[in-house]
Design a protein around this ligand. Sequence first.
Ligand SMILES: [Zn+2]
Ligand SMILES: [Zn+2]
Length: 223
Amino acid sequence: MWGLTNKKTLSLKAFNDYLSDRYLFHLHTFYTDGKLSVEDHFRFCTENGVQTLMFTEHVRKELKYSFRDFVAEIKACGKKYSEVNYLIGAEAKILPGGGLDIPEEILNDISLIAFACHGFPDNTNLWFDSFSKLFEDKRWKNYYRVYVHPGRFLQKRNWLEDHTPLLEKLIQKAISEGVYVEQNKREMLPPASIILPSDKSIVGFDIHRKEDFEKVLTYFQGR
Ligand SMILES: [Zn+2]
Ligand SMILES: [Zn+2]
């Protein structure tokens, strides 16, 4: 049987088309730490003229929920709210050395991977080298790849100010490898001094709860 995602159809043109309209990227649901259902996201899109929804639920190698159920729910909603496009993705954390904490069994179900840093040794060189390897890794090149909340590793340790040039270098590396970079509106990362090229960046709100939708609306209204 074919996987749910036919990777051959992955097209950057299609992705850029999604990004040229209203979209919702970086969101969570009851399946992990969100307080919203899959349907809440679809409903928000329908009510607010958002064309595309990009799911980025947290995953780890040892999954505590059924990704299959999650996918089934998205597909059911996709039928019900047929005017909304959707992408099924996952937010996976980087491992020291450049690996990803992602379960093999979901790889055919997703078309997008959000690369995140959640918990990592306090070692800036290791952080930089691991991300560089991850961005280069051919294994993930058939997925839409996004480096999310860039600089969170530094910000959590109060190292952001000292290492902004290093973060900038890492972001350039991401872009040169075809990895999109998130403009994270929740943590305000990367810092404003780093300007992302508009055609290589993607706005994310890291939506967890209903109130986060208000921020999204304010953002849409300002554009
Ligand atoms: Zn995250
Ligand atoms: Zn997230």
